[in-house]
Design a protein around this ligand. Structure first.
Ligand SMILES: Cc1cc2nc3c(=O)[nH]c(=O)nc-3n(C[C@H](O)[C@H](O)[C@H](O)COP(=O)(O)O)c2cc1C
Length: 173
């Protein structure tokens, strides 16, 4: 089986997952089984199975990735992504649903995975300013706590869970 890994990553979080996907796939399928590794291109890569990695941009994938997804036809797709907000599978499911909504009929999503990914320090500075202006706002405190939690991710546990998910689809694909 031949696979491709297509990834959109601005600050490296999703790229970290993508590297792990390629590593796990090549361990199981052999060197040379990954036909394409890189950013979404105008050309759709060959291969039976495409691993698509995205960073969350306003609740879905970024437009470059969405434009890539819209060109796919007859592919098996494993979707994986990172998001700044974590702590809820339901939140991740919503994002995955939005991303999957950009995939035309005739393709099959055969697996998904999401975890939290650290955000830029400027985001914390913005939250800190908001907290200064409104010290009693519990929502802002929760945003600060979430930011600090995100700093640890993707971590070893995230990569182990991803490995498990990838191995499962490779067994069945
Ligand atoms: C412009 C912009 C929009 C973002 N929108 C969201 C969002 O809607 N939800 C979320 O959970 N994280 C959001 N994030 C956080 C990123 O998705 C998160 O930090 C991700 O791990 C970045 O991945 P990367 O390092 O692969 O680029 C946003 C980040 C940026 C820069």
């Amino acid at each position: 089986m031949k696979i491709s890994v297509v990834v959109s990553s601005r600050t490296g979080n999703t790229a970290m997952l993508a590297e792990q996907v390629r590593h796990v796939a090549e361990e199981r399928l052999g060197a040379g089984s990954c036909l394409y590794y890189g950013a979404p291109d105008t050309r759709v890569p060959d291969g039976d199975l495409i691993f698509v990695g995205f960073w969350t941009d306003k609740g879905t994938c970024d437009e470059t990735m969405a434009a890539f997804l819209e060109k796919l036809s007859g592919k098996k797709i494993f979707l994986f992504g990172t998001a700044g907000f974590g702590g809820s599978e339901e939140y991740f499911e919503r994002i995955l649903h939005n991303v999957a909504g950009r995939i035309p009929e005739g393709n099959t999503v055969i697996g998904t995975y999401m975890c939290q990914g650290r955000m830029a320090q400027a985001v914390r500075a913005r939250y800190e300013q908001m907290a200064k202006e409104d010290p009693g706002d519990a929502r802002i405190q929760a945003m600060l706590a979430n930011f600090d939690q995100a700093l640890e991710h993707p971590d070893e546990t995230d990569l182990c869970r991803l490995t498990e998910a990838v191995e499962n689809v490779l067994k069945e694909a």
